[in-house]
Design a protein around this ligand. Structure first.
Ligand code: SF4
Ligand code: MG
Length: 325
């Protein structure tokens, strides 16, 4: 399968009155065409910032300091804003967000917004695009006659997310980024939305980046998982292996904090708290919370290396492919 996205050494900072937040500290991730990658981690670990960087939607006071984002072989960090808008964003890639109602434009009817997306994608006029809207709405399970003329505030959360999905997939993107698409919805609606997404991306052959704090959801939906902690990618593995053989102490903590019985699988239960990224810990950013910490961990940031085939970890316990501890 062809490589679709290849992100390396991505560094993003936010300049705030408190100081500079080192939000992404050399992030590495990739995905192939039609592949589904889950990005998992606690709030503030850099999942959304990574996604927004790929869409080139980081705005001041945020800044992409360094790195490379190859999309279909081209470094999109080198594109002008106009090129990004004309060729990539809303054409080759699209995004759905946690709060669909605030992501939709409140002053335009749903049908019009979808038509605009289709018109932009295909360089056709809005009248022609509008004819394609009923099909898009029906595809996501909305009755088009009843929903096409509604304003976003007239939709329930679940309907709004369906409308967002319709809009994001109407452009037939190579890459769909879904940032916590179900976190704001009721539990029963969450499952429906994930199932809908699952069916539609299968049909559309879209590659997907699913951002979630729920490792269970990510591993069910995705082929591969990238675990992030405090602005770093700390482990990458396929979805089965991350559960069967987690390598990084943080990932192990995440998995052991998942209750075996019960629906809630929030990532909690690791002692300590997420570091302040204005002054992150030296060396391995996880070291203040890690039971296995040794001297080297406080001084040196561990590099991401492949320990098992396709299974990468950034931890000094594993050096040159040999597990030391
Ligand atoms: Fe723990 Fe050291 Fe590994 Fe960091 S590098 S996770 S501190 S053992
Ligand atoms: Mg987020």
């Amino acid at each position: 399968m062809k490589r679709l996205l290849d992100v390396s050494d991505l560094r993003v900072m936010f300049h705030t009155y408190r100081g500079t937040i080192k939000a992404l500290n050399g992030v590495r991730l990739w995905l192939n065409e039609e592949e589904r990658l889950g990005i998992v981690g606690e709030t503030g670990c850099g999942k959304s910032v990574s996604a927004l960087s790929v869409m080139r939607l980081i705005e001041a006071p945020g800044e992409i300091i360094d790195g490379q984002i190859l999309f279909e072989g081209n470094d999109i960090l080198k594109l002008s804003e106009e090129e990004m808008d004309r060729h990539i964003r809303g054409k080759r890639m699209s995004m759905i967000f946690q709060e669909p109602i605030s992501a939709l434009n409140p002053v335009f009817k749903v049908g019009f917004q979808i038509a605009e997306a289709i018109a932009h994608r295909n360089d056709i006029d809005i009248g022609d695009a509008y004819k394609l809207v009923p099909e898009s709405l029906e595809m996501v399970g909305l009755d088009w006659k009843r929903s096409i003329d509604l304003y976003p505030h007239e939709l329930s959360g679940g309907m709004a997310q369906r409308a967002m999905i319709a809009m994001a997939l109407a452009i037939k993107p190579k890459l769909l980024i879904a940032d916590e698409p179900t976190s704001a919805l009721d539990v029963t609606i969450q499952a429906q939305i994930l199932q809908l997404l699952d069916e539609l991306v299968k049909i559309g052959k879209n590659a997907v980046i699913l951002i979630t704090h729920d490792l269970g959801v990510a591993s069910e939906f995705c082929d591969r998982i990238t675990v992030m902690y405090a602005g770093n990618v700390i482990e990458i593995s396929n979805s089965e292996e991350i559960f069967d053989e987690p390598l990084h102490p943080y990932t192990k903590g995440l998995i052991s904090s998942i209750p075996i019985i019960g629906a809630s699988r929030e990532l909690t239960g690791i002692p300590g708290s997420v570091p302040d990224l204005v002054s992150p810990p030296s060396g391995c950013r996880f070291h203040p919370r890690c039971d296995f910490c040794f001297d080297r961990c406080r001084m040196e940031l561990p590099a991401l290396s492949e320990i098992l085939p396709g299974h990468f970890v950034a931890c000094h316990l594993y050096s040159d492919g040999v597990k030391e501890g």
